[in-house]
Ligand binder design. Structure first.
Ligand code: HEM
Length: 448
């Protein structure tokens, strides 16, 4: 009775029902899923409204039947159909009784419908076990296989047995499945594919905001000031000099923004005398986007280094015609700030590389936190020292403060200096001892 006739293909012995799965929907997603299932050794039966006309488009080896017959031939049915067309399942209630229905659907925008698609499906076919899953995969990633795409699939549903059956298929297809709980989580899973780089949004806004603010600030100080006071047009400097100020300034501020929340969290624990109280939401959110802040900061530092490369070429003539006497102190200062910048940038790159999942997964927690915390603070120290040495004693000269405003590099030194000072306080032996005890579970006031 398992011999099923395929449309357009010779009859083949059908695999046992446990190894046979059904796919409703012959669109891109349904076809790609069918192909992967076939490659993984499953017998695949497509359910279609017009079995005769859709067979030519389907992967070779798959069977095509009408919906009712297809539903009867397998225990697990993937619903790769859009929610608007779910009505066709209602008359199939008898055939779908006790079957596992995997809802793969997604929506075009958040909160499009009052309930999640999977919950809606369950209400249409109460006799079936609905499992939400695989919706975070695209047709493309299904076709290319898990080696090329994200390996994780999320599932949720009410029945443990049904979820186990779906997990078994996911594993056989080469994915790792994560059970997220009951069907009420379906809405969250359906929102996943609609997210657009959620963790990058805040860091990107900070980067754009800082760049715009410093660009206009420096435009007024460097270009407009010269135009107004000396009638000199040096607007060409926008392209290199100004850009080469904005980039490192934004980079240094963003690097300090990576380390500020950690320092604040330590002080909060110190103040509260316990680690068992939640951090405020804003601090939690800030800590969760440190990696993105750091990677963007690295990008800006990289641009600064690239811009710096062209300075010697542009100013070669100026250096050649310089007649001022060689000054040992200036030479030391110049070489020191360049060297500190290079060392800082080297460590910066190391921090960026170790934040990549493939690298950080290969490190133990101790190694990771050594690099990200100890070497991270050292990077901040080197970059800050680079900027202090660059400024040197210019803060003494009144011509530095055009229109009574401090230069950009002075402004950008405030935050890193504060972070480094606070960190210095935290690593003094008596404070460090208390913090370590709190982190090990000790609570102030609990001893008495
Ligand atoms: C300024 C070189 C890395 C932050 C400068 C200047 C040079 C330079 C030549 C002066 C630019 C000018 O005269 O307009 C380098 C080299 C680096 C490096 C060769 C590494 C290969 C870094 C890093 C940071 C940084 C990693 C940290 C984010 C700064 C800042 C300034 C500066 C804030 C002052 C910008 C201003 O004029 O307002 N650097 N740097 N540098 N650098 Fe770097």
């Amino acid at each position: 009775q398992h011999r099923v006739s395929t449309m357009g293909f010779p009859a083949v012995p059908a695999p046992p029902e446990s190894e046979r799965v059904c796919v409703f929907g012959t669109g891109d997603l349904g076809r790609s899923l069918g192909l992967r299932l076939l490659q993984a050794g499953y017998g695949v039966v497509f359910g279609s409204r017009r079995p005769h006309s859709s067979s030519s488009l389907l992967p070779h080896g798959a069977q095509v039947l009408g919906h009712a017959a297809a539903a009867q031939s397998a225990h697990l049915i993937f619903i790769a159909v859009q929610r608007e067309h779910y009505d066709f399942l209602v008359p199939l209630a008898n055939q779908l009784k006790g079957k596992v229905l995997v809802d793969l659907s997604n929506n075009l925008k958040k909160n499009q419908y009052p309930e999640a698609n999977a919950e809606y499906l369950q209400s249409l076919v109460p006799g079936a076990e609905v499992v939400k899953g695989f919706n975070t995969l695209s047709a493309w990633s299904l076709q290319n296989g898990p080696s090329d795409a994200n390996r994780q699939v999320y599932i949720c549903g009410e029945s443990v047995e049904a979820k186990q059956a779906v997990i078994a298929v996911a594993i056989k297809l080469g994915f790792s499945a994560l059970d997220r709980g009951f069907l009420s989580v379906a809405r969250e899973l359906e929102d996943f594919p609609l997210q657009l780089f959620p963790q990058w949004r805040l860091p990107l806004r900070i980067a754009i905001g800082l760049s715009a603010a410093f660009f206009f600030y420096l435009l007024i100080r460097d270009i407009i000031y010269a135009y107004v006071t000396q009638s000199k047009d040096i607007s060409f400097r926008i392209m290199v000099s100004l850009a080469n100020k904005v980039c490192p300034i934004v980079s240094l501020i963003m690097l300090s923004l990576c380390y500020l929340p950690g320092v604040l969290a330590s002080f909060l624990q110190l103040y509260r005398g316990t680690k068992y109280r939640r951090f405020p939401d804003w601090l939690d959110r800030w800590m969760l986007c440190r990696k993105q802040l750091g990677l963007l900061a690295l990008g800006f530092a990289f641009l600064h280094v690239l811009y710096t490369l062209i300075i010697p070429i542009r100013y070669y003539v100026w250096f050649k015609n310089r007649t001022t006497q060689f000054d040992m102190t200036t030479a030391w200062r110049g070489d020191s700030y360049l060297s500190l910048g290079i060392l800082g940038f080297g460590l910066y790159v190391l921090l960026g590389i170790t934040s990549l999942p493939s690298v950080s997964n290969a490190l133990s927690w101790r190694e990771f936190s050594f690099i990200q915390s100890k070497l991270g603070h050292l990077t901040l120290l080197l970059c800050t020292a680079h900027t202090y040495l660059y400024g040197w004693n210019r803060f003494l000269s009144s011509s530095t403060y055009k229109w009574y405003t401090p230069p950009g590099y002075m402004l950008c030194l405030v935050l890193p200096s504060v972070v480094l000072l606070l960190k210095l306080l935290l690593i003094t032996p008596c404070v460090d001892r208390t913090i370590t005890r709190i982190r090990q579970g000790w609570e102030r006031g609990a001893d008495q």
